[in-house]
Ligand binder design. Structure first.
Ligand code: GLV
Ligand code: MN
Ligand code: MN
Ligand code: MN
Length: 409
């Protein structure tokens, strides 16, 4: 990001310094990020988080599920802020890191301004928010709240067959104590997550900062299309059991179902076996991501896609199986806190999102709010994701104001 930092502007320099320290970690040749949980890039980012937080005088700890916490003060009724540092494949620089850097910057500002918190304040870095390596998004916050069973998490595998437990152990952490953490959860009085906006709502509203009203219900389903491998040059079309054909028609059907329901449906990840140019595929695995304004529209899309995949599979001699991987119900953020945060952020606009967040998971347990920072490209989960320096600083300022208000009231 082009900062053009004014050396006299301490706030700008502090945010810029943290941002520039974090920015190279896990950056890929595409210009996007590959910070997958428990890989060296993620461990570098976690080390940066711990060092930076300690540098601010915070007490750093890792919880039983691998989430990192940095505490200013101790005890209950804490105000917690933060986000995540992992990324999707070739993700943008801002999704997650903007919230973590802004949270640490806000703590630095509160300290510089001599604020004396009447409640503990913590910054959190939730692990595996994107589910990019192990398939279940918001895994760290779901484990914390008990929304995912530890036995399931331990056995989740990445695309190379490495389990969560093996990868976490490889990062020198104890993977035998995963699971719900009711005592920790009970210490959180309020949670606030700042995040780059993942659409153009704030561009349309002409506002640098906004507040979340709701998150659409969404989920992930793994489709397996099992056919039969055979020779591409000698197998008559009528004799084929080609799973690629069934898959292709399922992709088109998903688009149609989503459009009928006013919803979204995406097949963005696929793997093919044996993946040879001159062989008909034996197996296609593909992941459906679907999101909708309400639960019944989401259910209609998933049901519709599942039925048409099965019908087309019957016709093609392809066996189709569908396995749910994660489902997230609709989130309506606490209305009082939402309005209060919007007021503190200078009358910020209130808007919904189709993107999932740890704040959504937390909101089922504690009053939770989200601040969004304008993204002029509207792009996210891709290198074009962006937020301008002035808008980032407006986000830090809004978050600092909200935190100051919460910890001193
Ligand atoms: C996470 O960012 C998601 O909504 O997929
Ligand atoms: Mn994301
Ligand atoms: Mn995110
Ligand atoms: Mn997310």
């Amino acid at each position: 990001m082009a900062w053009g930092a004014d050396p006299d502007d301490g706030e700008r320099v502090s945010f810029e310094r943290l941002w520039e320290e974090l920015r190279p970690l896990g950056r890929a040749d595409s210009g996007g990020y590959r910070r997958f949980t428990w890989t060296p890039a993620d461990l570098d980012a976690r080390a940066w988080f711990a060092d930076t937080a300690r540098g601010l005088g915070l007490d750093v700890e890792v919880d039983r599920n691998g989430n990192q916490w940095a505490w200013w003060g101790s005890g209950g009724d804490a105000v917690v802020t933060g986000s995540h540092l992992d990324s999707v494949p070739d993700g943008g620089a801002f999704d997650g890191p903007l919230g973590v850097v802004s949270s640490l910057s806000a703590v630095a500002l509160l300290k510089a301004r001599g604020v004396a918190p009447g409640r503990p304040l913590a910054v959190v870095n939730f692990v595996e928010e994107e589910g990019a390596r192990f398939g279940v998004p918001c895994l760290g916050s779901r484990l914390l709240t008990g929304a995912v069973a530890p036995s399931r998490a331990q056995d989740l595998r990445d695309s190379d067959g490495v389990t969560w437990a093996e990868a976490m152990t490889g990062a020198d952490l104890d993977a035998t104590r995963l699971g719900a953490d009711p005592e920790r959860l009970a210490r959180i009085g309020t949670f606030v997550e700042l995040h780059v906006e993942q659409g153009r709502g704030l561009v349309d509203a002409n506002a640098p900062v906004g507040v979340a009203s709701a998150i659409w219900p969404h989920g992930r389903w793994r489709f397996e299309f099992a056919g039969e491998a055979n020779h591409a040059g000698t197998t008559r079309l009528a004799d084929r059991r080609d799973p690629m054909l069934t898959f292709a028609e399922t992709v088109l059907g998903a688009r149609e179902q989503a459009s009928l329901a006013g919803a979204l449906a995406t097949f963005g990840r696929v793997s093919v076996e044996p993946n040879g140019t001159n062989a008909i595929a034996s197996l296609v695995r593909a992941w459906l991501d679907s999101r909708a304004p309400d639960a019944s529209a989401l259910a209609r899309v998933v049901q519709g896609v599942t039925e048409l995949a099965a019908e087309r599979g019957d016709r093609d001699g392809v066996k189709v199986t569908v396995t749910p991987e994660s489902e997230t119900p609709v989130v309506e953020f606490n209305a009082d806190l939402r309005d209060e945060v919007a007021g503190l952020a200078g009358g910020a606009p209130i808007l919904p999102t189709g993107a999932g967040h740890d704040a959504g998971v937390l909101s089922a347990h504690v009053p939770t709010a989200m601040l969004f920072v304008r993204n002029p490209t509207g792009v996210s989960h891709a290198p074009g994701e962006y937020a301008g320096p002035d808008d980032c600083l407006a986000g830090v300022e809004a978050l600092t104001t909200v935190l100051e208000h919460l910890v001193t009231r």
